[in-house]
Design a protein around this ligand. Structure first.
Ligand SMILES: [Zn+2]
Ligand SMILES: [Zn+2]
Length: 863
C-alpha cells in the first residue's frame, strides 16, 4: 500500500485518467467464446460516423457502460461490441462538399471509395473519444457496416428474405425526396408545421379548393360525398380539368368531408396518402406530373421542366388570367419532409423493393421483450398499429449496400448470386451462368441500393454470429440500448428482421434512453447555439464527472437537460471522496485490524447496517437500470453517512490504541472497499485510482458488492446516536463554538440504553452521560426581554428607571406581573407588552441549555 503521505493533496483527474487509460488492456473487456459464465450480449447502437461523438451518444454509451461493467462484476461473460453504421446520404453530401464534385462527376466505384476514406477517418476520431470516456468496449467485436465482411451478411439477409417472400419489388407510390433523389421510408418522414395558401378555383363549374395547384396536371378524378345533395347531378359524369383539358370521372366516397371547402375535392397522383388510398379504391388512372428531380414532366404541357414551386406560381397566374381563381386564404398545415434535408416529400409511383410488414408477428415479439421503461412498448405498439404501407428498402443512391440482383436483358428474368459469392456489386460483376429461362448471357445489374436500416437492423444478428446456418450461437442478445427517437426505425426494423430470419425476438430486454437537451431546455441545434460537445466537458472536468452527469441527470428514459452545475457537483463529489480516501488510507496503513475480529462499537455496527442497506438499494437499482437512483444512494452513503456522520463520530477513537480502534478500522476498510466497487461502473478511473491504493489490484476485476449485515438494535440506537450528535454539533456551531472546543457536561436522556463506547464524548469534546431516566429540570425566569417600541414612547427619559424597576421584581412577580410599579415614588401602570420574561432551565442547581431531539432530551452545562 502506498503511504498516505505520498498521495497528492488534490485529485488530478487529467493525470489519473490518462495514466489508467494507458494501463488498461483491451483484452480485459473481450467476450470469451470459451467461457462457462452466463452470456450478456449487448446490441450496441452503431453510430453514424460523422467524426463527432455527440453528447446524445455519450449519454447512451454511459448507460451501456454502467451496466456492462456491472454485469462483468456480477459474473457475466459480457459482449459490449462497437459498430459503425456507415452508409447513407450525409457522407455522400460531405464528400461532394469536400471534393467540390457531384456524385455524377466520377464513377460509382470512385465515389464509393471517397466515401469509404472519409468514413474511416471519422471512425478513427470517434474511437478516441470512446476511449477517453472509459467505455469498456469489446474491440474484438467491432464491426463496420461498409466492410465486405458485414455487408455480405446484409446481402445474405436480403436473399433469404427474397426467397421466403418477405421481399418483393413492385411499382407502388412511395415517399420520395427530390433533393436527395431517393425513395425514403415512412419512418424517415418528419412532419413540420408550415403555413400555406388554400386556393379556391372554378373546376368545370364546381368550386374546388387545393393547396397544390401544380398537381392539376396529375388530376385523375373529382370526389364528392355520396350524401352531398349539391352534387347529385354530377353522378356518373366526367369533368374537364381546367388549363389542361383532360376529362376525369366524378367518384363518390364516404371519406370526403362535405364541410371542407365546397365539398368537392380533386384526386391527384399523388398529393398525399389519402390520394393513394382513393387511387387504389377507385382503380383510377396514374398521371405522373413530377419526376425524380422534382421537375414537371411531359404531361404538364407548357409547364414541363419547371420545379414544383415555379409551376405553382405559373398556374396561379394563369388561373387569375382566365378568371377561374375565386379566392385564396391562409392555411396552417403539417407537411411531411425528408428527415435528413427537410425538403417536403413527394409521393411518387416508382418501381421499388419492399419488405412485407406482418404486424401480428412484430407485436408478438415486441411483447416478449422486457421494455425499460415499460411505457416505451406503447410507442412500438402505436407505430405497428398504424402501418399501412410496406417498408420501402430501395434507395437511388451510391454509398450503400448493393442489391445483389441482375435482370436478363432478353427475357427480364431475375437472377441472384450464389450465397458463397457474396458480397457482390451487380453493377461491376455479371452472373457466372447464362439465364436459366432463355440462355442469354446479357444481364443488367440492379443499380438501386439498400436503405441503411437494412444494414443496421441486422446488428444483433451480426454480433450473435449469424451466418445463415441455423440460429446464431449467441442469439437472442440480452439487451438493446437505444434512444426513444429511433423506436419506430431501428427497434422496429430489428424486430421485423429477426422474426423474419430466425422466427425469434432479437433481445430479452430493451433499454430506452432519452434525448439530451441544451441548457436552455431546447433540443441542441447549431442555430440555437446550445450545443455542448463531450470533448469540452472532458477537458474541463474529466470523464468521470461527465459520466456521473449521465447517471444523475434524469430517470432512465426521460429527456435530460445538460447542466454544467451537475458536472461541477460531480467533480465536487470526487474531491470529497478523495479526502475520505486519504483519511481512510492514513488510518488503515497504521494497520493492526483483523478481518475476523468482531465489530462491537455501536457506531461501527450502525455503519455496517447502513452499508448493507445501501448495497441492497444500489444492486436493486442497477438490476432495474435506474442509474440515477443507484448513484444517488452511493453519493449519500459516502457523503452523509460515512464522511459527515460516521468518520466524525469515530475520529477520536481512531487515535486510541485498543480493540475499539481496530473495530473502527475494520469498518472503514469494509465501507471503503464496497464504495470503490459500487462506484466502479460509474467512475471507472476514480474508483480504480482509490482501489489501487487500498488493495493494489484493479477494482474492475472485483466481484460486485454483496455485503449484508443485519442488526436491528444497531440501526435503531445508531440512528439515535447519529442524530443526537448532529444536533449537538449544530448547537455548538450556533453558539459560536469551534467544533473541537470543550463543551462541558452533556447529559442525554434517551428512551433506551445507548452504549456509544465514548464516541459521543470524544467527538463533542465533552463529558457525556447517556441516561434512561427522566430529566429533572426546573424552568425558571432568569431575565426579561424589553419591548423598546412600547417603553420608549411611554416613559421617555424614565425608560431606564422603568427597566431597572422591572429587573428588580422577583421571579414570581415576573411570571405574574403586577398592574403597576413604583417609578420615582409614583405608582405607574405597566403598559401592555412592555416586556416578556425569559426562561432558563436549571438542573441540579446549575443553569443548562436544553435541546430536544424527538423523544430525547439533552442538557448541556457549559464550562
Ligand atoms: Zn432529402
Ligand atoms: Zn433470360
Amino acid at each position: 500500500m502506498v503511504p498516505s503521505d505520498q498521495l497528492p493533496k488534490n485529485y488530478d483527474f487529467a493525470e489519473v485518467e490518462e495514466r489508467w487509460r494507458k494501463t488498461w488492456r483491451d483484452e480485459d473487456n473481450y467476450f470469451d467464446r470459451n467461457s462457462k459464465k452466463p452470456q450478456f450480449v449487448i446490441d450496441t447502437p452503431p453510430p453514424y460516423p460523422t467524426g463527432n461523438f455527440h453528447i446524445g451518444n455519450a449519454l447512451n454509451w454511459c448507460y451501456i457502460d454502467f451496466f456492462a461493467r456491472y454485469k462483468r462484476m456480477k459474473g457475466f461473460n459480457v459482449m459490449f461490441p462497437q459498430g459503425w453504421d456507415c452508409h447513407g446520404l450525409p457522407t455522400e453530401v460531405k464528400v461532394e462538399e469536400i471534393n467540390k464534385i457531384t456524385k455524377n462527376d466520377v464513377s460509382r466505384e470512385e465515389f464509393r471509395n471517397m466515401c469509404r476514406d472519409l468514413t474511416i477517418k471519422n471512425i478513427e476520431a470517434m474511437r478516441i473519444t470512446l476511449r477517453k470516456m472509459a467505455f469498456s468496449t469489446d474491440w474484438s467485436n467491432e464491426y463496420i457496416t461498409m466492410m465486405p465482411k458485414y455487408y455480405s451478411r446484409t446481402q445474405l439477409s436480403f436473399l433469404r428474405m427474397l426467397a421466403s417472400g418477405y421481399i418483393y419489388q413492385s411499382e407502388h407510390p412511395v415517399n420520395y425526396c427530390t433533393r436527395c433523389e431517393t425513395a425514403i421510408a415512412f419512418a424517415e418522414v418528419a412532419y413540420e408545421d408550415r403555413e400555406t395558401t388554400l386556393n379556391y378555383f372554378d373546376f368545370d363549374g364546381v368550386e374546388i379548393a387545393t393547396t397544390r395547384p401544380e398537381l392539376l396536371a396529375a388530376c385523375v378524378a373529382v370526389a364528392v360525398h355520396p350524401g352531398d345533395d349539391r352534387y347529385h347531378k354530377l353522378r356518373g359524369r366526367s369533368m374537364k380539368v381546367p388549363l389542361f383539358g383532360h376529362d376525369v370521372p366524378v367518384v363518390q366516397d364516404e371519406a370526403v368531408d362535405p364541410a371542407f371547402g365546397s365539398g368537392a375535392v380533386m384526386i391527384c397522383t399523388f398529393g398525399d396518402k389519402q390520394d393513394v388510398h382513393w387511387w387504389k379504391q377507385h382503380n383510377l388512372a396514374l398521371r405522373k406530373a413530377i419526376d425524380r428531380q422534382g421537375k414537371m414532366t411531359d404531361i404538364a404541357g407548357k409547364y414541363k421542366g419547371l420545379n414544383t414551386t415555379e409551376c405553382r406560381k405559373a398556374i396561379l397566374t394563369d388561373m387569375k388570367e382566365k378568371k377561374i381563381l375565386r379566392r385564396q386564404e391562409k392555411l396552417a398545415q403539417r407537411v411531411g419532409t425528408c428527415w435528413r434535408c427537410k425538403t417536403p416529400i413527394e409521393i411518387l409511383s416508382e418501381r421499388q423493393w419492399f419488405i412485407k410488414i406482418k404486424p401480428d408477428e412484430i407485436q408478438k415479439a415486441a411483447h416478449q421483450i422486457t421494455w425499460f421503461p415499460e411505457h416505451m412498448l406503447r410507442r412500438m405498439e402505436n407505430w405497428v398499429e398504424q402501418m399501412e404501407w410496406d417498408w420501402c428498402i430501395s434507395r437511388q443512391r451510391i454509398f450503400a449496400t448493393p442489391i445483389p440482383v441482375w435482370f436478363c436483358t432478353k427475357c427480364g428474368e431475375m437472377v441472384v448470386p450464389d450465397e458463397k459469392d457474396l458480397p457482390v456489386d451487380p453493377t461491376l460483376v455479371k452472373p457466372d451462368h447464362p439465364c436459366k429461362k432463355c440462355g442469354s448471357t446479357s444481364f443488367s445489374g440492379e443499380v438501386d441500393v439498400l436503405d441503411t436500416w437494412m444494414d443496421s437492423s441486422i446488428s444483433v444478428l451480426n454480433v450473435t454470429g449469424w451466418d445463415g446456418n441455423g440460429n446464431p450461437p449467441y442469439f437472442p442478445a440480452q439487451i438493446r440500448p437505444q434512444g426513444h427517437d429511433i423506436i419506430r426505425t431501428w427497434a422496429f426494423y430489428t424486430i421485423l428482421r429477426s422474426v423474419a430470419l430466425t422466427g425469434q425476438k432479437p433481445w430479452d430486454e430493451i433499454l430506452v434512453n432519452g434525448m439530451v437537451l441544451g441548457e436552455d431546455g431546447f433540443k441542441m441545434s447549431k442555430s440555437r447555439g446550445n450545443i455542448i460537445v463531450p470533448e469540452e466537458i472532458l477537458v474541463k472536468y474529466g470523464a468521470d464527472a461527465l459520466r456521473q452527469w449521465g447517471a444523475m441527470g434524469a430517470a432512465t428514459g426521460s429527456d435530460i437537460m445538460f447542466n454544467w452545475n451537475d458536472v461541477v457537483a460531480a467533480s465536487r463529489f470526487q474531491t470529497k471522496m478523495w479526502n475520505i480516501t486519504k483519511f481512510a488510507l492514513m488510518q488503515l496503513e497504521k494497520g493492526g485490524f483483523d478481518e475476523h475480529e468482531p465489530v462491537t462499537a455501536l457506531a461501527d455496527r450502525w455503519l455496517l447496517v447502513r452499508l448493507s442497506d445501501t448495497a441492497e438499494q444500489v444492486s436493486a437499482a442497477m438490476e432495474a437500470y435506474q442509474f440515477d437512483v443507484a448513484l444517488k444512494a452511493i453519493r449519500e452513503f459516502a457523503w452523509d453517512v460515512l464522511a459527515d456522520n460516521y468518520i466524525e463520530l469515530v475520529k477520536g477513537r481512531l487515535y486510541q490504541q485498543d480493540t475499539s480502534r481496530r473495530s473502527a478500522c475494520l469498518v472503514l476498510h469494509t465501507a471503503f472497499d464496497a464504495l470503490c466497487r459500487m462506484l466502479a461502473p460509474f467512475t471507472p478511473y476514480f474508483a480504480e485510482e482509490c482501489y489501487s491504493y487500498l488493495k493494489g489490484e484493479s477494482v474492475h476485476k472485483q466481484p460486485w458488492v454483496t455485503f449484508s449485515y443485519d442488526d436491528e438494535a444497531a440501526r435503531k440506537e445508531g440512528n439515535l446516536l447519529v442524530q443526537v450528535v448532529a444536533e449537538i454539533r449544530k448547537y455548538k456551531h450556533e453558539s459560536g463554538l469551534a467544533l473541537n472546543a470543550p463543551l462541558g457536561k452533556v447529559t442525554i436522556y434517551a428512551p433506551h440504553t445507548v452504549n456509544d463506547e465514548g464516541d459521543t464524548g470524544r467527538t463533542l469534546n465533552a463529558d457525556v452521560h447517556w441516561r434512561t431516566d427522566v430529566a429533572k429540570l426546573d424552568r425558571v425566569i432568569t431575565d426579561v426581554d424589553f419591548n423598546r417600541s412600547v417603553i420608549g414612547p411611554t416613559f421617555r427619559k424614565q425608560a431606564g428607571a422603568f427597566m431597572n424597576a422591572v429587573k428588580a421584581l422577583s421571579p414570581a412577580e415576573l411570571a405574574n406581573p403586577p398592574k403597576a410599579i413604583m417609578l420615582d415614588g409614583v405608582e405607574t401602570a405597566i403598559p401592555e407588552n412592555a416586556f416578556t420574561p425569559k426562561f432558563s432551565y436549571m438542573e441540579e442547581g446549575a443553569k443548562v441549555d436544553v435541546i430536544t431531539v424527538g423523544e430525547v432530551i439533552v442538557t448541556i452545562a457549559k464550562k
